[in-house]
Ligand binder design. Structure first.
Ligand SMILES: Cc1ncc(COP(=O)(O)O)c(C=O)c1O
Length: 364
């Protein structure tokens, strides 16, 4: 047998496959920032009709004309500014495949991101052999502009990722701080990942006119459509044209393209009212959790809460799992994450079950 390790990228030795936790006896899953099922049948019906009329013997439209047209209608982006992928995860991967040229005299291309944040920036950067530089968020889980500027100067990254609202903290990065980073990084691509922007009701995409180095990443996953795996980047047209060469031609399945286009065209109002109801639930659950002794709730602009626990998060996590409620713990990262849990906002019934189990778990 060949010595595989002599053939594999050395960075893989430090990475693990992404395997979602699946402990036995769970009946309330609030660990993946998914939305509860759509209450309106219109969404499911639009998907069913679109899938039924998809020719199964044909490859998907490699140019994704229909889907891009619908995204363009909903967002205002021009079709040439869109790079569409199988979830934003794939878009991140295609982007880092393409943006891989090391700066002069540097051994590797560099990716910069705040921490804690969405783990796929680091994983994808490492899997592509890029160097990743991580800059801690400040005490309020907002960008530390001074530290970001120093890192920009030292590391000269090809790509900067800023998730806003951020996962796992739920906080939206202050506009003036994102602007300061954009202005300090004229030679880098700054990707503002707005996977959760619909729950915040605010976006920075309007800044693209003045800031050519700004790109905005979006996804349908958090809007009750994670099964479709559709995400997109909106960026400078000349850049998208080049990066698109690194995309597999049939990356988004024909059924997903058709289903996503149909939801965008025919049922978008229902999707947005689902978002409104999740935001109302978020604020209800946040207030109830914050009323518990020793529990702090970071101001969430997303569809999940970032809660502090009065005893180690791992114990609360286990107590919740024993009551059938799965949330996300970051205790393995230790430090200031050791007493924090990330809890997705679910259906009203699931949220009540969480609140009841959480009240018991933190007071035990
Ligand atoms: C900030 C952020 N970006 C992107 C994603 C991935 O989205 P997708 O399902 O489109 O790959 C997530 C999912 O958790 C996320 O939290």
């Amino acid at each position: 047998m060949p010595d595989w390790s002599s053939l594999l990228r050395p960075e893989l030795a430090d990475l693990s496959s992404y395997v979602p936790a699946d402990p036995p006896g769970i009946h309330v899953r609030l660990d993946a920032n998914e939305a509860p099922p759509h209450p309106s049948p219109a969404v499911r019906e639009a998907v069913a009709r679109a899938v039924a009329r998809t020719p199964l013997e044909r490859y998907p439209d490699a140019r994704m004309r229909e889907l891009k047209a619908r995204i363009s209608e909903r967002t205002g982006a021009r079709e040439g500014e869109l790079l569409v992928g199988t979830g934003s995860d794939e878009v991140i991967s295609v982007l880092l495949t393409a943006m891989a040229r090391p700066r002069e005299k540097a051994p590797r291309a560099v990716v910069l991101a705040p921490t804690p944040t969405f783990v796929m920036y680091r994983v994808t950067a490492r899997a592509h052999g890029h160097h990743i530089v991580e800059v801690p968020l400040d005490a309020r889980w907002d960008l530390d502009v001074g530290a970001m500027k120093r890192a920009l100067e030292m590391a000269q990254p090809n790509v900067v990722f800023i998730a806003s609202p951020n996962n796992p903290t739920g906080t939206r990065m202050s506009d003036d701080r994102v602007l300061a980073v954009l202005e300090a990084a004229p030679g880098s691509l700054v990707v503002v990942d707005e996977a959760y922007a619909d729950f915040a009701g605010e976006s920075v995409r309007g800044w693209r006119e003045r800031h050519a180095n700004l790109a905005v990443l979006r996804t349908l996953s958090k809007l009750g459509l994670a099964a479709l795996r559709v995400g997109w980047l909106e960026a400078d047209e000349a850049l998208v044209r080049e990066v698109d060469k690194a995309r597999q031609p049939f990356n988004v399945s024909a059924t997903s393209q058709a289903a996503a286009a149909a939801v965008l065209a025919e049922a978008w109002g229902d999707v947005m009212s689902h978002v409104d109801s999740i935001v109302r639930e978020r604020d209800r659950v946040a207030a109830a959790a914050a009323a518990l002794p020793g529990v702090d709730v970071a101001p969430s602009r997303a569809n999940f809460l970032w809660l502090s626990t009065p005893r180690p998060a791992v114990e609360v996590y286990q107590a919740l799992a024993a009551r059938g409620v799965l949330v996300r713990s970051f205790h393995s990262s230790a430090g200031r994450l050791a007493n924090r849990l990330r809890v997705t906002v679910g259906s009203a019934a699931d949220n009540d079950r969480f609140l009841e189990a959480f009240a018991q778990a933190v007071s035990a």
